[in-house]
Design a protein around this ligand. Structure first.
Ligand code: AMP
Ligand code: ZN
Length: 121
């Protein structure tokens, strides 16, 4: 999509330092972190918001959710219920949807926030 900042990141028209990439997803650090650890998991396909998703996106959404704890673990905020996680206290995942949901970028993305006791929404 023209003028979509995340499509431009996917197309490498804007630089970012991906922390993960495959054929469907890219993840990178948020430019304005709201926590010590704050990254975004973004589908390469331009989907405006979670509310635009349908059954066709079910597997993609599941993949995004399952990637969150994996990357959180790699970035020092993982959590395992059995207490084996290393250097970690857990993290928060968040989709912002629409103006009242605080969405600024209308290209679907999952926030992952971690680090010492979070103070964000
Ligand atoms: P949201 O409010 O859910 O739409 O969140 C959009 C997020 O994208 C915000 O937290 C921004 O800081 C972040 N963001 C915007 N532009 C960039 C960029 N070029 N690289 C990384 N993160 C960005
Ligand atoms: Zn886009």
């Amino acid at each position: 999509m023209d003028n979509c900042i995340f499509c431009k990141i996917v197309a490498r028209q804007i630089s970012s330092k991906p922390i993960y990439e495959d054929e469907e997803l890219i993840a990178f650090h948020d430019i304005r972190p709201a926590a010590a650890i704050h990254f975004l998991i973004v589908p390469k396909e331009h989907i405006p918001t979670l509310a635009s998703c349908n059954e066709q996106h079910q597997a993609l959404l599941g993949k995004m959710m399952l990637l969150a704890p994996k990357l959180a673990q790699e970035h020092g905020c993982g959590y395992q219920a059995n207490g084996d996680a290393v250097g970690s206290g857990g993290f928060k995942t968040q989709f912002n949807i629409g103006p009242d949901g605080g969405q600024e970028v209308y290209h679907l993305h999952l926030h992952v926030l971690g680090g010492p006791r979070l103070r964000h929404g």
